[in-house]
Design a binder for this molecule. Structure first.
Ligand SMILES: O=C(O)CCC(=O)C(=O)O
Ligand SMILES: [Fe+2]
Length: 282
């Protein structure tokens, strides 16, 4: 008799806990979907356990990335020296930890609802940025030009992608916070413009020595996804973006999910170092 009572009690507690869990994941998933739709970005604070599991799973890959970086003189590092992109088959534990963390935050289901497809993790990148990185300022400094305040503002040159960025170190104003201009993901861009600004961007990324030719393009073609570098300081539209830019530090959360169609930038470290996991979903 006592055993049966105990069994009923255990079943009732489990049912209550699972009800609570599904309620809270619905609540946070509703807020996440709402944030993505209205602002293009949503921030979440992970549980301490969630953070520890993620850090543990990421540690061996950060060690690999550190080794790659240590072999290159600081000033000579390129953008690709900031990232390690392990494939799922070589990083199962890490991919599962990331998936669980995104599920805890109600984010994976929201991304699926938002994109209207069964989105999956396409890549998980470990990233270290520090004050010696030059990818966002070399093209100005090498020409003796000041870095404009809108530097590195861009939209990604992909289609139908939502990204998540997990902060694995404390991030403040100085060590490369991610930032986003809420609402810009809803800007209407026609298919031709969308095509041109991605094509021009890829062209200049692949052939940076041809950057000067950008200025010679006819006006309708003079468009770039990474446009912040091309706005002079004091440009009124650039100023609007700066006035509305939301800078996300560790005070705002541990993971940020955003539609890459919105204007954003990050990793521009002025002092210290920043460690993140960047996840691409589509
Ligand atoms: O490193 C960052 O904070 C931003 C990187 C970025 O632009 C992106 O993940 O699309
Ligand atoms: Fe980006």
């Amino acid at each position: 008799m006592r055993v049966t009572q105990m069994g009923c009690y255990v079943v009732a507690v489990r049912a209550w806990k699972s009800l609570q869990k599904s309620y809270w994941s619905r609540v946070s998933s509703g807020a996440c979907l709402d944030g993505l739709e209205r602002e293009g970005i949503f921030a979440y604070r992970l549980s301490e356990t969630g953070k520890q599991v993620l850090s543990g799973a990421a540690q061996p890959f950060f060690a690999q990335l550190e080794a790659v970086r240590a072999a290159v003189p600081r000033g000579a590092r390129q953008y690709f020296h900031t990232q390690l992109l392990p494939a799922r088959r070589d990083a199962r534990v890490l991919y599962e930890a990331v998936e669980r963390a995104l599920e805890e935050a109600g984010m994976l289901s929201s991304v699926r609802d938002y994109l209207g497809c069964r989105a999956e993790l396409r890549s998980v990148a470990l990233q270290i940025n520090d004050e010696y990185d030059r990818f966002w300022r070399a093209h100005f400094e090498d020409r003796g030009l000041p870095v404009p305040p809108t530097a590195f503002f861009h939209i990604d040159n992909t289609y139908g992608v939502v990204k998540a960025i997990f902060y694995l170190s404390q991030v403040g104003e100085e060590n490369g916070p991610f930032s986003y201009v809420p609402g810009t993901h809803r800007a209407e861009v026609g298919w031709f413009e969308a095509l041109i600004l991605r094509a021009v961007d890829i062209w200049i990324d692949v052939y940076p020595q041809e950057r000067d030719l950008f200025a010679a393009l006819p006006r309708p073609l003079m468009r770039k996804a990474k446009f912040g570098d091309d706005l002079p300081s004091g440009d009124p539209q650039g100023q609007w973006l700066l006035d509305h830019e939301r800078v996300m530090t560790s005070r705002d959360g541990d993971v940020f999910i955003f539609d890459v169609k919105g204007v954003h930038r990050g990793g521009m470290v002025r002092s210290g170092e920043r460690r993140i996991i960047q996840v691409m979903m589509s």
